[in-house]
Ligand binder design. Structure first.
Ligand SMILES: O=P(O)(O)OC[C@H]1O[C@H](O)[C@H](O)[C@@H](O)[C@@H]1O
Length: 618
């Protein structure tokens, strides 16, 4: 994690490490976590953007005169505005929307993937978020709004952080940079009440593209009401498109206007991690080191989650030797940081077994998703993680409703409802959908304390519905610590025992059937319309098959039971893809289910059914 000394370190990175001009936009900094000092003046669009310090910055410098971060730093005008940009590439901002996130290509070099998340585009998006925020919260003449910015370990992080900072300050809002951070910490910074850390902030931006390849990046936005939704993102991208168009004309005025805004640097991750530590101590009856003697290995996949070993587990007394890939590396050289990825799960499982550890914990790149492995090497992810979290939450809140995504198993429903006495509300795919549904249920009087996806995203009511992979793991640690404190268990068996009785399918597959958007069969329509037509056809054919039963309650796609198993065909949230999930007691039954789908959809020539054909061997 980026180490910063002191709570607030006045450190202005308005000038970027990677010079921004259009020729060099393809270049990137290898930012492996610690922000590098900027030793060269920024050359921007043909202009050097450079001014002196602000009075306020000088004041803050006086407060932290000797911090290592201050030594030898270059202080620039907070904005170091981009200056006049002669001509900008045409960009379709709508294409940057990915549900409730923004995602794009930030690094050149991958064939067929031109950079569309350039610095000017990023700056426009940040300025648009600032405008959206002012509009949403109503400008307050007595103070300037503050926006926190954090990033994961991606190689384009520094470059985009600088561009975001310019966009925000350009709009006249203050920026507080956290450096390497996790997505949940960013949301948390809108809730934390701590003036010394300049909290709460009015809005927050996480620079991340979750588990996507190294050339991608993106943004997640938060206010104290939670993560922004799809319609907010559409609004921001529309604003950004028009800001971008006006860039050349407005640049000089903007730099003047923004010269009041400041960029500061805060070690906020220390606040966030100490909250996690406090939560475990409290759950264990205020013991200082409730995990003393437990051996827990962490796999951060070279993302942003390495802090969990040194700043959460160790202060709680756990041994973390054998933890791996904790150091940020935006090329992700070891495995994809994704608890849904088989290679990633194999890596943490092996680490647990090699080290004879009590527990393994794995995070995705920006730590909003997680999974665990018990001491026997049993993976606690997907349906098992949901079952485990449900068991913990239902002990605390008997009868509560557990909201999950749509691809959860029938065995999970039986487990939650029959074994745990709760209610399983299987909703749609998408963490934001699931969390919003949990919040909605409570608002209409149905108590729900957990909203969780098979992807490893999960949010608890007790934690402000914050989508936080680290907090999910804290709930497991609480269980370990409290079981030992009460003498009811001393290892991860206490967790394994909680999922005892969860019925698991003999076979579970996910096949992703692509829709060719350029195929004449689409007749100029969208892939969504085409996908809907495929689903309609599947619905019609299965309803006439007496061996298949359509799910009575279903919120997404076509879910059908039969042959002792089930399948779900649905439209992907983001891609021109129809993901097909099949679970069955054995391969034979899975094939029958697969064949039913194959027969229904095979005439749709724009749909690539080859993976399904291979699976059912036709
Ligand atoms: O619909 P899919 O293509 O399977 O993608 C669905 C997934 O998209 C993103 O990764 C979201 O973060 C997840 O919350 C969601 O489950």
């Amino acid at each position: 994690m980026a180490a910063t000394s002191g709570k607030v370190v006045q450190k202005v990175f308005g000038a970027q490490c990677c010079p921004w001009n259009r020729q060099l936009d393809t270049q990137y900094c290898r930012d492996r976590s610690t922000p590098k000092k900027c030793n060269s003046l920024p050359f921007q669009g043909g202009k050097l953007a450079w001014t002196g310090k602000f009075p306020m910055q000088l004041h803050m410098l006086a407060k932290f005169p000797n911090g290592p971060e201050n030594r030898g730093s270059v202080y620039c005008n907070a904005v170091s505005s981009s200056g006049t940009v002669p001509s900008l590439e045409k960009v379709d901002f709508r294409k940057l929307q990915n549900g409730s996130d923004i995602r794009g290509v930030a690094v050149a070099g991958v064939e067929g993937k031109p950079v569309n998340l350039t610095e000017p585009v990023t700056e426009a998006i940040a300025a648009a978020f600032a405008a959206w925020l002012l509009n949403k919260k109503g400008a307050d003449a007595s103070r300037r709004f503050k926006v926190s910015i954090g990033h994961d370990s991606r190689i384009s992080a520094q470059k985009l952080q600088d561009a975001v900072s310019r966009g925000i300050t350009r709009a006249g809002l203050d920026v507080i940079q956290y450096g390497l951070a996790s997505t949940p910490a960013m949301f948390n910074s809108t809730l934390t009440e701590d003036e010394e850390f300049l909290c709460p902030v009015d809005g927050s931006i996480m620079i991340t593209a979750s588990h996507l390849p190294y050339n991608r990046n993106g943004f997640k936005f938060f206010t104290n009401a939670g993560g922004l939704g799809k319609s907010d993102i559409t609004d921001i991208l529309e604003r950004a498109a028009s800001i971008y168009d006006k860039f050349s004309a407005e640049s000089s005025r903007s730099s003047e206007q923004a010269s009041f805004a400041s960029i500061k640097r805060v070690d906020y991750m220390s606040v966030y991690t100490s909250d996690l530590v406090k939560a475990v101590r409290k759950a264990a009856g205020n013991i200082d080191k409730p995990l003393e003697g437990f051996h827990i290995v962490v796999d951060a996949g070279n993302g942003a989650g390495g802090f969990f070993a040194g700043s959460v587990l160790e202060p709680l007394g756990a041994i973390t030797t054998g933890s791996q890939f904790l150091e940020p590396d935006g090329f992700f050289p070891n495995h994809i940081p994704n608890p849904e990825d088989k290679a990633a799960m194999r890596a943490i499982t092996q680490a647990v077994l090699n080290n004879k550890a009590d527990l393994g914990i794995i995070f995705d790149t920006d730590v909003d998703r997680s999974a665990a492995v018990d001491s026997s090497g049993r993976e606690l992810n997907r349906n098992r993680l949901i079952a485990l979290m449900s068991a913990i939450v239902l002990e605390e809140h008997p009868g509560t409703t557990i909201v999950t995504d749509s691809v959860t198993s029938d065995g999970l429903t039986a487990f939650i409802e029959k074994k745990l006495g709760g209610k399983h509300h299987r909703f749609k795919r998408g963490y934001k959908n699931v969390i919003d549904e949990g919040i909605r249920l409570n608002s209409i009087g149905e108590e729900s304390h957990l909203a969780i996806e098979t992807s490893g995203h999960g949010a608890l009511k007790e934690n402000h519905w914050l989508d936080d992979g680290a907090y999910l793991m804290v709930k497991l640690l609480n269980k370990l610590a409290s079981a030992r404190a009460s003498g009811t268990g001393s290892g991860s068996k206490v967790l394994t025992d909680l999922v005892e009785g969860l019925e698991e399918p003999g076979i579970a597959v996910e096949l992703r059937l692509k829709i060719d958007q350029n195929h004449p069969d689409l007749k100029g329509g969208s892939f969504r319309e085409y996908g809907e037509a495929v689903l309609k056809q599947l619905e019609n054919t299965t309803s006439s098959d007496p061996k298949l039963q359509k799910a009575a309650v279903n919120y997404e796609g076509i879910r059908v039971s039969g042959f002792g198993g089930w399948f779900l065909l649905r439209l992907s949230l983001h891609d021109p893809v129809l993901p097909l999930n099949i679970e069955a007691p054995s391969n034979e039954e899975a094939l029958k289910l697969g064949l039913a789908v194959h027969d229904a959809v095979k005439e749709f020539s724009a749909l690539d059914t080859s993976a399904l054909g291979k699976f059912v061997q036709v």
